[in-house]
Design a protein around this ligand. Structure first.
Ligand code: SAM
Length: 270
């Protein structure tokens, strides 16, 4: 394959700010990202936002069968060259990943591996974490700006701990697989990034996602307030605090994911 920079120059793929385009060219770094989900030989992978195809190359190089959704039609001819190079291994879909029914594209359960713009990545992540369980995907390997990555993996008492952490951890494990320096991107963004790896686990029994969502929204909506104040508007929550043994004088940021799960189960039961 020709070097990525040459592909970009030949197809006139100047990075678009509106599409959040910051490209990765370092083959070693891309191979390390593609290795995060484990052995991909013969595995199905969904990649959202392949751009000129750096990460796509690494995934194909690892033996994955890749379905890639890209919104920028300028990138499609460059990606088509890659598809020609790996016959039958790369399916290209031009469109907005937020509007596409991705599960219908797969017979099995794909790994999702993506380097996405910040706002699209968070919206997709929330969608993937709040769907039916077990999820249609096998694992998530996603690049985020460091601050968002910290919010996803943070624990109780961390500054970054909040709704996103509870959402990501109540029925998954979430960890930072590697930090990525801003200088690795072309053009470099203002902030540092990190690759987050998420694996689904069994969902705790008796807990409805909607109830957990309502509780965490109320609790973290007023994160500096005591729970007896912030949870006032959630029917049954104050009584449930007592049943599960959470002091109503505590604040949301001191309540662990496991405690939120217990609370949601009790609210649901009551
Ligand atoms: N994966 C490439 C890389 O690592 O060099 C490109 C990364 S760039 C940060 C994000 C890519 O996502 C761009 O190619 C952009 O056009 C694409 N993109 C942005 N919004 C999208 C959306 N809603 N659906 C699909 N692709 C999108």
């Amino acid at each position: 394959m020709p070097p990525l920079r040459e592909v970009i120059a030949r197809h006139g793929l100047t990075a678009s700010k509106a599409l959040g385009q910051n490209f990765l060219f370092d083959g070693q770094l891309l191979a390390r990202i593609a290795a995060v989900p484990g052995d991909l030989a013969g595995a199905e992978v969904l990649e959202v936002g392949p751009g000129p195809g750096g990460l796509t190359r690494a995934l194909l190089g690892a033996g994955a069968r890749v379905t890639a959704i890209e919104r920028d039609r300028r990138c499609i001819p460059a990606l088509a060259e890659l598809a020609d190079h790996y016959p039958g291994m790369l399916t290209l879909i031009e469109g907005d990943a937020l509007a596409i029914d991705a599960p219908s594209l797969f017979a099995g359960s794909p790994h999702i591996v993506s380097n996405l713009p910040y706002n699209v990545g968070t919206a997709l992540l929330v969608g993937w974490l709040t769907g039916p369980w077990p999820p249609w995907w096998r694992s998530l390997t996603l690049m985020f700006q460091k601050e968002v990555a910290d919010r996803i993996v943070s624990g109780v008492d961390d500054d970054a701990y909040g709704r996103l952490a509870v959402l990501a951890q109540w029925r998954s494990t979430a960890r930072i697989a590697m930090p990525v320096h801003r200088s690795a991107f072309t053009p470099p963004p203002k902030v540092m990034s990190a690759v987050v790896h998420i694996l689904p686990t069994d969902a705790p029994a008796g807990v409805a996602m909607a109830v957990l969502e309502r509780i965490t929204a109320a609790a973290f909506g007023q994160r500096r307030k005591m729970l007896r104040q912030s949870l006032k508007g959630v029917p049954g929550a104050l009584a449930a605090l007592e049943v599960v043994g959470i002091d109503p004088m505590r604040r949301a940021e001191t309540v662990s994911v496991a405690e939120f799960v217990d609370l949601a189960r009790e609210v649901d039961r009551g």
